[in-house]
Design a protein. Sequence first.
Length: 73
Amino acid sequence: MAVIGVRDSGRKGVLIINSWGGEPGWISGPKAFPDTPEGTFMVDARIFDQMAKQGDCFALRGFHGYQQYKLWK
């Protein structure tokens, strides 16, 4: 899964796209935005914060509040 968008006003959260794509039945429910790709879902900021602090996530670009690591030397 990858975070492809951030909502920082109103109901704060991130838009995640999964690796299965948009196969029918994998993800259901209303879309956060009408033009989001199939296979995406919103995660509230509080939940995502807990997910990211598990230690098995990394960012390819800096994300305020999380430690940066060098992926390549």
